[in-house]
Design a protein. Structure first.
Length: 231
């Protein structure tokens, strides 16, 4: 008995595997085909890494919201400890990590910090945050690879670039591509989320307390509401 003929309608369809498929042996995101064209790359300094423009603007906005002139110690904290990694929008994540670090530094209470106009002025220059952007991106990639175990590092980087390095948006894009529109919101108390945050903190060199990032980003207390009010 002859074998049934192949369906001509599906003959040209590429093979699919999970949320990715390949047409020429090279994997790509399923949602890049179903959700339109990718976000065009921003204009930027040719010597800067591809992610820098996206993340630097978050630092500039966070610095604008912080009372730098009144509390110049914040200028050092945002440059050294601010991270665009977390469950809120990137600017809020930077504010949370900056303020948390500042609150734990006893030097601010033991002796006053001399006002440094230069340090405050530098926070208006995006290149001040080159190291912070690098650490943030490493943390974002670490989160994605832990939260979505099937992602490769190039795929995680591509997804983050499409989302403008906004972590909640990047997670949403992957879920829409993988599960055809079914969303599973980032649950702060979920073990999966906490494990991914801890991995992100380890990847972001300079974050010496992974558990602190988890506590900070899963907190429901009034401190987060205070940060959200900084406009």
């Amino acid at each position: 008995m002859p074998a049934p003929a192949a369906d001509p309608a599906g003959a040209g369809d590429p093979p699919r595997d999970g949320c990715f498929f390949s047409t020429t042996g090279k994997s790509t995101f399923f949602f890049t085909e179903t959700m339109g064209n990718e976000r065009p790359p921003p204009l930027m300094d040719p010597l800067a890494p591809e992610y820098f423009e996206d993340i630097a603007k978050f630092y500039l906005e966070a610095a604008r919201r912080l009372p730098m002139d009144a509390i110049p110690g914040l200028a050092r904290c945002i440059s050294r400890s601010g991270l665009a990694v977390g469950l809120c929008d990137p600017v809020t994540n930077i504010l949370l990590t900056t303020i948390s670090t500042f609150a734990k530094e006893k030097d601010h209470y033991v002796r006053p910090v001399e006002h440094s106009a230069d340090a405050v002025e530098q926070t208006r220059d995006k290149f001040t945050f080159a190291d912070g952007a690098r650490r943030s991106r490493a943390g974002l990639i670490g989160f994605m690879l832990c939260y979505f175990r099937y992602l490769t590092e190039p795929q995680a980087k591509q997804c983050l670039a499409m989302a403008g390095h906004d972590l909640p948006l990047a997670v949403m894009l992957v879920e829409q591509g993988c599960f055809r529109g079914h969303r599973c919101p980032l649950a702060p108390d979920a073990a999966r989320t906490k494990a991914a945050l801890k991995q992100a903190a380890r990847h972001a060199r300079g974050c010496s307390a992974p558990d602190e990032l988890v506590r900070l980003m899963t907190s429901r207390d009034k401190d987060i509401n205070l940060v959200l009010s900084l406009e």
